[in-house]
Write a protein that binds this ligand. Structure first.
Ligand code: FE
Length: 294
């Protein structure tokens, strides 16, 4: 277990915390072979939340909602970050990689120039819950070699504050600790937070980084605004701001906090291909059809 106690105290370390710009309700949808999920970050928010392209939340006790899984499908031009809170999902790809993603674990996959993979549940009953986040790659890296890393739960650094907040550091840095993953171009921060009722958690954020919070249990209060369960709060990029201050509501909260440095490059998306120009999308479709993605 990678646990440490940070030096932060209940005293605020922020001088100008960010406010909430907008609260978003996810769209119920299905993907793969009929898997039911909630698309929280939709295509119309890709520019606002650059470098993030998509966030899906899934959570159900009904096997009928997930049993079909995500059979073979391609990706090119970005990274997928799958965080499993509960359940087991088997991953296989065209490069011969295989891994089992289970409770508390993360799979970080760089599609780069292309992979064909499947993501299939390895359970026929019980709960399946988690998130899939799509993180864009800079233009110069979109055709890089595909890569992936399975990060088991015990390899994700855990931070506990004196107020009893726990933060799992999937990516980036928090309170002097390094998360499990770092990315130079986009500097993503990805924290999974659990806040007792009334407890406060502060996170430093550069004002230019786009940031959002998704609440999946209880309720959070951010700069005086309540953010209920199953809502995403887009945090304002206020000039001079230095972070965000989150407070657990009356029943406490569980939420993910995600932030990153925008790429400010054109985005061309067609389904599972995300490039910069339409010609590159046509090429991706052609390469897939010709079997050049595997
Ligand atoms: Fe996929």
């Amino acid at each position: 277990m990678n646990t440490s106690t940070p030096t932060s105290t209940a005293v605020s370390t922020l001088t100008q915390p960010r406010g909430v710009e907008r609260v978003i309700t996810g769209q119920p949808t299905s993907d793969g072979a009929g898997v039911k999920l909630t698309r929280v970050l939709t295509q119309d928010l890709q520019r606002r939340l650059d470098p993030f392209l998509m966030l899906d939340a899934f959570g159900t006790d009904n096997p009928g909602d997930y049993i079909g899984g995500f059979p073979d499908h391609p990706h090119r031009g970005f990274e997928t970050v799958t965080y499993m809170l509960d359940g087991r999902m088997r991953h296989r790809d065209s490069a011969g990689h295989e891994g089992l993603l289970s409770g508390g674990g993360v799979q970080w996959m760089t599609a780069g120039r292309g992979v064909i993979h499947s993501e299939m549940p390895e359970q026929e009953a019980g709960r399946m819950e988690g998130f899939q986040l799509w993180l864009n790659l800079p233009a110069k890296d979109k055709m890089c070699a595909p890569w992936y890393r399975d990060i088991p739960s015990e390899e994700i650094p855990l931070l506990r504050t004196p107020q009893g907040v726990t933060a799992r550091l999937i990516a980036g840095h928090s309170h002097g600790l390094d998360g499990a993953m770092q990315r130079e171009a986009t500097q993503p921060l990805y924290l999974d937070l659990e806040l007792p009722a009334g407890a406060v958690f502060e996170q430093a954020l550069p004002p230019g980084h786009n940031a959002f919070v998704y609440v999946y249990r209880g309720e959070l209060v951010i700069a005086g605004q309540a953010v209920p369960r199953q809502r995403m709060a887009i945090l304002a990029n206020t000039a001079g701001s230095d972070g965000v201050r989150l407070q657990g509501g009356s029943e406490g909260a569980r939420a993910i906090l995600v932030a990153g440095q925008p790429l400010n490059e054109p985005i061309a998306q067609y389904g599972p291909f995300v490039m910069n120009r339409n010609e590159e999308i046509f090429q991706a479709v052609e390469d897939y059809r010709a079997g050049r993605l595997a």
